[in-house]
Ligand binder design. Sequence first.
Ligand code: TYD
Length: 133
Amino acid sequence: MLIKLFDFNVLGDERGHLVAIEGNRHVPFDIKRVYYLFGTKLGVSRGFHAHKSLQQVAICISGSCRFVMDDGLNKESIVLNSSTKGLFIDIMQWHEMYDFSPDCVLMVLASDIYDESDYIRNYDDFIEVVMHA
Ligand code: TYD
């Protein structure tokens, strides 16, 4: 399955909603880093890489954006527009993000700190690694 979504429980009361995400409980890894994309300019697309060992979960906590997930054999697209759903970005999943709404805040939980050497940023290199896996 290329698209794997986690459904987060909404805790809340008459004051409003609250979502809590714990590492190794609600996502399948220790959360070592959180980053978020916001203010993405109209027409901009991002991503265009895969990771050798990093696992991530992307949650669109405001607005919407579209992900294209690609494992080298199949491609699938999904619109993220819910603060209670997390898209799993497993290792060796080429991903591209499109159609950011102006109010989009895309939060990403990551299993490790930033490491440029974990990125595969060239699609041909990605396919090469997939073929030899
Ligand atoms: P980049 O990986 O190009 O973003 P995307 O692939 O989502 O389009 O990251 C943009 C810049 O931010 C790049 O210079 C690397 C830097 N960066 C960090 O320093 N730490 C991080 O955790 C991330 C995700 C990016």
